[in-house]
Design a protein around this ligand. Structure first.
Ligand code: OAD
Length: 230
């Protein structure tokens, strides 16, 4: 049965009230990546980095999933084949919208990771600059987020899914960050039909584009897929 692989980015959570990175006024217009999103930044100024992610964690806890998150969860429930959601987002809005098995390739705000021993646990709402690891006691707790210069998570699984996909969709992502930006080519090479769903076209070379707000376009796309199956 046809397998659908979906890559999502910050654009799918924008209408829930979370900032994107590269749109006007986005997070990277307000903060320098090299100050808050690299291992070097954390080593230099853990308070600044923890403060940045603490603020995002608090904000993410206050927002609700939108119609796009919910439509993808419905697709997972009603599509006769497998629907794999890979997200670059560190919020949990896919799960809150009812999706399951979501692959968080850039980590998750609700997670903490010990930089000393690799232990993982649930992050408190506010992490301290010297957050102690509950396993080894080192003051090395960090957000379980993939920073620039680090390897995204679950890459082997993701490539396995891409090479067996019949349909690949990229939703609300600018295609500026690798390796996610190359997923479309991987899926295309494996014979998948590729579709971009975004406010505006990016340079990805997709077979098809659906332009507009995610809360409108994603439910429309899901309805179209499910109608074609009945
Ligand atoms: P970006 O901010 O780069 O791109 C957001 C995309 O969403 C843009 O193409 C917008 O046009 C689109 N968009 C905005 N609002 C939308 C809406 N309501 N409906 C549909 N599309 C909308 O965010 P990402 O592509 O997710 O990584 O960024 C990728 C990675 O770069 C992030 O995971 C993060 C960042 O640096 C790390 O922090 C490791």
């Amino acid at each position: 049965m046809e397998k659908i692989v979906i890559l999502t980015g910050a654009g799918i959570s924008a209408e829930s009230g979370l900032s994107t990175f590269r749109d006007e006024g986005g997070l990277w217009a307000q903060h320098r990546i090299e100050d808050v999103a690299t291992p070097e930044a954390f080593a230099r100024n853990p308070a600044l980095v923890q403060g940045f992610y603490n603020a995002r964690r608090v904000q993410a806890a206050q927002v609700q999933p939108n119609a796009a998150h919910q439509a993808l969860a419905q697709l997972q429930r009603d599509w006769p084949g497998e629907v794999v959601i890979v997200t670059q987002n560190v919020d949990s809005l896919h799960e809150a919208g009812g999706a399951s098995g979501v692959i968080h390739m850039h980590g998750i705000l609700s997670g903490a990771l010990c930089a000393a021993c690799g232990h993982r646990w649930t992050a408190p709402p506010e992490m301290a600059p010297d957050e102690p690891c509950p396993a080894c006691n080192a003051p090395s707790g960090r957000p379980d987020i993939v920073w620039f210069g680090e390897m995204p998570y679950h890459m082997e699984d993701i490539f396995d899914h891409l090479t067996t996909a019949s349909i690949f969709a990229a939703i609300g992502t600018s295609g500026e960050v690798y390796p996610a930006a190359a997923f479309v080519h991987e899926a295309q090479a494996a014979g998948a039909h590729t579709i971009e769903i975004n406010l505006e076209p990016t340079g990805g070379g997709f077979d098809e584009r659906l332009l507009g707000k995610a809360t409108e376009t994603v439910p429309r796309w899901v309805d179209r897929l499910l109608m074609a199956k009945t």
